[in-house]
Design a protein around this ligand. Structure first.
Ligand SMILES: NC(=O)c1ccc[n+]([C@@H]2O[C@H](COP(=O)([O-])OP(=O)(O)OC[C@H]3O[C@@H](n4cnc5c(N)ncnc54)[C@H](O)[C@@H]3O)[C@@H](O)[C@H]2O)c1
Ligand SMILES: O=C(O)C[C@H](O)C(=O)O
Length: 353
């Protein structure tokens, strides 16, 4: 870097870097080069970065060595969050973007876009009660993605996931860029919770436990396949009932404990980073990266369904079948599919309006 460039970088840092139009002669393209630094890495945008999930998620992604450039976008408070996180002495370069007029700059060139933008539940609400506000937010953000980074992998966190993922798909179809491999609804928190609760019952370290959770991300659509638990073991009927109910109501447990101040944020940020890291490892070409996710699918007759997927260079490379189900799980699957069908249709109808 020559002296002029150094002066430009210093002056940019004296004025908090809220957007990429740097002073001096350091333009967007050069900035992207600098952001790559000496080491290879992926470019990741977080939309809704100032929120309860967005802030810890931004912090954890800044700590992730696979990330070289981190764009933090929100309609509020990104200057402060960006200034704060940018002081962490990790590799990723952080840039903030505030408000709709900076959405496109936030998205250009991104490899992975994570969307936790939108309102959370309060006690007494279902995730579907968030539809009226969050559907429009996700639609607008996905229109930006379609225009500015149509090849990016997209991780949708905003609820109701069972509807927001179909909305995103419709937006991408309308723009002519839909690639089902690249759109992933984040159901990782259900897996994280399941592993934790199962480990409690079995007296194991949760890191040793792995249970697939299929279906969707709301109430009865969250279907843990306890019969497929690793390490293999069996549960009594009471244990199965207790675990299934606790897993399906895990979100509500947090919403009620937070008593009107929001829903899961910290465990969600943890789960989102675990999932995003798997997507990045897939992009990098790591073998056998498998997670559960709500994706366009032919595993059932529904157009979207959560199940185990293998992640690779293009996103979802393979979707695994559900495997053998217990009678209890088969009954759960019927209930899950009925509710899921309605949520998917609602999302599609909204996006087609
Ligand atoms: N998929 C999951 O497992 C899961 C888990 C927890 C929460 N959630 C969902 O994630 C969403 C966010 O939850 P939270 O607790 O972080 O909420 P929050 O209210 O704390 O934060 C949401 C953020 O989104 C921003 N925002 C609003 N409109 C925006 C727009 N048009 N563009 C960009 N940003 C915008 C807000 O300014 C805010 O910073 C909720 O819908 C919640 O239900 C999903
Ligand atoms: O429960 C919620 O509303 C948030 C999230 O979907 C969760 O599962 O914690």
């Amino acid at each position: 870097m020559d002296a002029n460039q150094r002066i430009s970088v210093i002056s940019a840092h004296l004025n908090p870097p809220v957007h990429l139009q740097m002073e001096g002669n350091l333009g967007l393209e050069q900035m992207k080069c600098r952001a790559k630094g000496g080491s290879a890495g992926f470019k990741v945008a977080i939309l809704g970065a100032s929120g309860g999930i967005g802030q810890p998620l931004s912090m954890l992604m800044k700590m992730n060595p696979l990330v070289s450039l981190l764009h933090l976008y929100d309609v509020a408070n990104t200057p402060g969050v960006t200034a704060d996180i940018s002081h962490m002495d990790t590799n990723a370069v952080v840039r903030g973007f505030l408000g709709q007029q900076q959405l496109e700059d936030a998205l250009v060139g991104m490899d992975l876009v994570i969307i936790p933008a939108g309102v959370p539940r309060k006690p007494g609400m279902t995730r579907d009660d968030l539809f009226n506000i969050n559907a429009g937010i996700v639609k607008t953000l996905c229109e930006g993605i379609a225009k500015c980074c149509p090849k990016a992998i997209v991780n949708v966190i905003s609820n109701p996931v069972n509807s927001t993922v179909p909305i995103a798909a419709e937006v991408f179809k309308k723009a002519g860029i839909f690639d089902p491999r690249k759109l992933l609804g984040v159901t990782m928190l259900d897996v994280v919770r399941t592993n934790t609760f199962v480990a409690e019952v079995l007296g194991l370290d949760p890191r040793e436990v792995d249970v697939p959770v299929v279906g969707g991300h709301a109430g009865v659509t969250i279907l843990p396949l306890l019969s497929q638990v690793k390490p293999p073991c069996s549960f009594t009927a009471d244990e199965t009932n207790y675990l299934t109910s606790r897993i399906q109501n895990g979100g509500t447990e947090v919403v009620e404990a937070k008593a009107g101040t929001g829903s899961a944020t910290l465990s969600m940020a943890y789960a989102a980073v675990k999932f995003a890291e798997s997507c990045l490892r897939g992009l990098r070409g790591d073998a056998s990266v498998v997670q559960c996710s709500f994706v366009a699918s032919q595993v059932t007759e529904l157009p979207f369904f959560a199940s185990k997927v293998r992640l690779g260079h293009h996103g979802v490379e393979e979707i695994y079948p559900l495997g053998p189900l217990s009678e209890y799980e088969r009954a759960g699957l019927d209930k899950a599919k009925e509710e899921l069908a309605a949520s998917i249709n609602k999302g599609v109808a909204f996006a087609k309006k």
